[in-house]
Ligand binder design. Sequence first.
Ligand SMILES: [Ca+2]
Length: 467
Amino acid sequence: MRHYKLIVIGCIVLFLGCKSTKENNTISATYKKNVLFIMVDDLRPELNIYGQNKISSPNIDALANSGITFNRAYCNVPVCGASRASLLTGIRPTSNRFLTYFSSIKKEAPNVLNLVQHLKNEGYTTISNNKITHLKNDIDEWDQEWYPSENGWRNYISEENITLEENGKHGNAYENIDVKDDAYDDGKTANKSIEDLKKLKKEGNPFFLAVGFVKPHLPFNAPKKYWDLYDAEKIELPKNSVFPKSAPRKANHKWGELRYYNQVPKQGQVSETMAKKLIHGYYASVSYVDAQIGKVINAIDNLGLRDNTVIILVGDHGWSLMEHGLWVKHSNFEVALQVPLIVSASNIPKNKKTNSIAELVDLYPSICELANISQPTHLEGESFVNALKNPSKIYKNTALARYHKGETLVADSYFYTEWNKKGKTIAKMLYDHKIDPDENRNLVLESAYNHIVDSLSILHNQKFNKL
Ligand SMILES: [Ca+2]
């Protein structure tokens, strides 16, 4: 027994001694995994890995081949600022928190231990490159918060667009000119991130490198070579390009974000020519950002960092490219709620997909578990690491999302949304993705589904009333 005690004391002394030596950096760096967190603004899962085969994205495809793709990942609110604030604090949007473009972590969750602060407390070097929070300086704890320019997000290069902007207007909703990748901000962001990785490797501290690419957010500005990947004649409109008669009016919106741009009509649908140009521009922007993602991941590989780095690629919400006659995000349809989510790490399977549901609020606890650090008790999501380790098993089958008063419950194949006002339900819609994956047939209007609507409504109230 005495011998055992001596060994324990010896180990404690050795451990404490280790903590004060420089070698401990190596030990903790091995134990605490690095995280490369790639957030792509407005990237919907219209990618080859989701069986779409319309967009050229070889680097995202390669990342998926090296890890797990979530077939069913959802944002908790389809608005940039609110979605990112929820993700980075690990708490859900509610009827009075994280609702808009301007949602602020500092103002709306000032006492919540955000992910960056937590990682920093755990000894991480934390860097934000370009758009991670929507508002600049909304998290004080970054070791570095870097932006490629001070000129705002729209980042035009053509004389026509710059002149429009100088005259107080928005430029066009897209730009196709023959420039190098780093003429635009995302190319600069990739270059900066590669330089960071070189420095971070030398320093040897565990790191959280958050890289926020701003395409394919409007305007769809991408170098010509990415536009040239697509034949404009072959761009197609979605099959359901008209707002469905059975959907409630509450589900409709005016896609105001797009209407600011030059030549976009202030009301009514865009012309077919413009619709196809917008879709082409979105595809080109995704291919452009895909190339930048590839550069950063190649740097991870070339620096020998892959084994000890978790790579996460995620979008902040979905996007409508004329489905239901709608554009932009800002709706409760699945196309605005679903996000791409890929995780690659040395200790999880490769080239697999999971149908287990993930929500963006689950990222904070999942990052903690993947990085081997503690999970704060305030977190409202749950770690999806089990689904990474065993992708064929369903660990979670529900998700919650809200857009203003519209509250969506995803439960298995059902997508059920309610709008409530002063305690009364004023509109609802239900889609069953087994029979209607494009959400064109509102089952609330069909009596055969009354019992399902009733039970989903009860579950919806249970889930949302807790928030
Ligand atoms: Ca966004």
